[in-house]
Write a protein that binds this ligand. Structure first.
Ligand SMILES: [Zn+2]
Length: 193
């Protein structure tokens, strides 16, 4: 493993998986996600950007009130590979001001440099994933996403969906089926990090 300080999957013998949602909040999809998660009694983890939190403070409150875990996804959603370290780290702290107790960070695009990691890991757990749903891709349909997840899920898997409009069609078309099928296979959902 290249970056041992990054969490890609949980080590567990239990049939547990971690559902995570990146970006947002956004009025066009977050209310739908919250309704589905509530219906299936699932607590998920939302990696939110500061700029979107400021646009939708009520949704930010609602996510927390409904018992989901929130994490830092930076303020401006910069690509770490293309951003100098000072700017990148400041941008994380700008988001953190909105969630001062938070200990989790997910790099936008999953792209974060070695020197950035060295600094970030002193304060945060850096969370990536082992299953990328590809929900943002035009080449992926809800069916293909469902198949990809069901074929690749393992004990401890961290699955990433997106809480934005680009992914809306694929997320709303697949999430509930996936939850139901994973439950049928005996998986439960955790938001404990
Ligand atoms: Zn993102």
């Amino acid at each position: 493993m290249i970056y041992p300080s990054i969490i890609w999957r949980h080590k567990t013998n239990e049939k547990k998986i971690w559902l995570t949602f990146d970006d947002g909040p956004h009025s066009g999809i977050t209310p739908w996600l919250l309704t589905v998660l509530k219906k299936h009694k699932i607590k998920a983890t939302f990696f939110l950007t500061g700029k979107e939190i400021l646009k939708y403070p009520d949704l930010f409150s609602q996510i927390k009130k409904e018992g989901h875990v929130i994490g830092n996804h930076s303020f401006s959603h910069y690509n770490g590979w293309l951003t100098n370290n000072a700017t990148y780290l400041d941008d994380i702290e700008k988001c953190q001001e909105l969630m001062p107790k938070n200990k989790l960070f997910r790099p936008p695009f999953g792209k974060v440099g070695f020197n950035q990691i060295r600094k970030i890991k002193k304060k945060y757990k850096i969370i990536l994933w082992d299953i990328l749903t590809m929900d943002f891709s035009k080449n992926y349909s809800p069916k293909k996403i469902e198949k990809n997840i069901l074929n690749n899920v393992k004990k401890g898997s961290i699955i990433v969906f997106h809480n934005n409009l680009v992914s809306k069609k694929n997320v709303t078309g697949s999430l509930e089926n996936i939850i139901i099928k994973l439950k049928e296979r005996g998986f439960s959902f955790s938001s404990t990090w």
